[in-house]
Design a protein around this ligand. Structure first.
Ligand code: FE2
Length: 377
């Protein structure tokens, strides 16, 4: 279970028709869950947690669950063809199917969202074992992605009924300090950002807390637009990007082409010590985007004084940005699969509640260099 500590952004929790307590898990559909689990454990420092598959009565697919602090990742793979997991992997490659959200009442969450126009993915369903009950329900969002509402207040098992404890006898990888999901970003098609903003407002009761237009997010070659949606208590934040006209192909267009549609672009995972976390991730083979070293020449003039030494930030390519409330440190991995689609952000917030607007240009130029290498700019 994952309940994030985030500041309240308004006091409407009592009237919130969809109270969300945080991100429960993120589920990836992948070509090989056993190997993917090894990657998330070895490289990112997650621990083996639970397993479901033919041995537990799930015939068509297998799922490995790994956890680090309040981050839970479910890696699911098709064992047979002709099912929705196999179709998803064939079409999209490895990618995120589910952003699961913790609720106190999964039945109410489903009723409140579907009556406001959400398309049902899963009717409220009660799962039971010796450790109690979990109620889940789900709705469709952009592309083939879904939200699953998880009500686990009457459950005391390790993950969910249908899963058994999974222990990896071989090794117990060391934690890398990743704590919880800070935000999940979706890439949607041309002119689709505002319809999805409306969806999160009307169907899920979210608010648009920040907007970036193509003047904020553009380089010489490409542009995108983004709006950040937040639920009432601020625990769950979903920025939504769409491409904007530029001289060349934007990173969002590249994503849409290779993912074959809309989907999750990146998941930001929070840490309390970004230098330590990123050093550890780099040592374990995770590749990060790099900005030119000139980025650091006038960094302190741009963001003011910070607690961290500049040297390790520069060595690791960690970016810094400041807003009215404080500053943040962030860094982005390269895509973690062969298609140029999903990647991760590592973020440390020191008061700032924003998303690094001051870094957009440097960052997108770094992405464009990668796009050009792939022949996709
Ligand atoms: Fe982000």
């Amino acid at each position: 279970m994952s309940i994030q500590v985030a500041p309240k952004i308004n006091s409407q929790a009592q009237t919130d028709f969809l109270p969300l307590l945080g991100t429960d898990y993120v589920e990836f559909y992948v070509g090989n869950a056993k190997q993917a689990a090894h990657f998330y454990m070895t490289a990112f420092g997650f621990q083996a947690l639970a397993y479901a598959g033919p041995e537990t009565g799930m015939k068509e697919k297998a799922s490995f669950v790994v956890r680090q602090n309040k981050l839970t990742i479910v890696l699911t793979t098709p064992i047979l063809t002709n099912n929705e997991v196999a179709d998803h992997v064939y079409k999209h490659g490895d990618g995120i199917k589910t952003i699961a959200l913790v609720v106190n009442d999964a039945t109410s969450a489903w009723e409140e969202t579907t009556k406001r126009g959400a398309k049902s993915f899963k009717l409220p369903t009660t799962l039971e074992d010796n450790n109690g009950t979990v109620v889940t329900s789900g709705i469709h969002i952009y592309g083939d992605t879904v939200h699953v509402f998880v009500e686990r207040k009457n459950y005391h098992g390790i993950f969910m009924p249908g899963f058994r404890k999974w222990e990896n006898e071989y090794f117990k990888p060391k934690d890398t300090g990743l704590l919880y999901v800070d935000h999940c970003v979706g890439n949607v098609g041309w002119n689709q950002m505002n319809p999805w903003v409306k969806f999160y407002e009307n169907v899920m009761g979210f608010k648009n807390i920040l907007s970036f237009d193509d003047n904020d997010i553009s380089t010489e070659y490409s542009a995108l637009m983004s709006k950040v949606m937040s639920n009432g208590n601020g625990y769950v934040k979903f920025p939504i990007n769409e491409p904007a006209e530029g001289k060349k192909k934007s990173q969002v267009e590249e994503y849409l082409e290779f993912y074959q549609g809309e989907g999750v672009q990146h998941v930001a995972m929070a840490t309390n010590d970004i230098v330590k976390t990123v050093t550890e991730l780099r040592n374990r083979g995770i590749e990060f985007l790099r900005v030119p070293s000139s980025y650091y020449d006038d960094l302190l003039e741009r963001v003011g004084s910070i607690d961290e030494d500049l040297t390790p930030l520069k060595e690791l390519g960690i970016l810094v940005d400041r807003d009215d409330e404080g500053y943040l440190l962030q860094v982005f991995t390269k895509p973690v699969e062969d298609r140029p689609t999903l990647f991760f952000e590592i973020i440390q917030r020191k008061g700032a509640k924003s998303f690094g607007k001051g870094n957009f240009k440097a960052l997108f130029e770094a992405i464009e260099r990668e796009q050009a290498e792939r022949g996709n700019l």
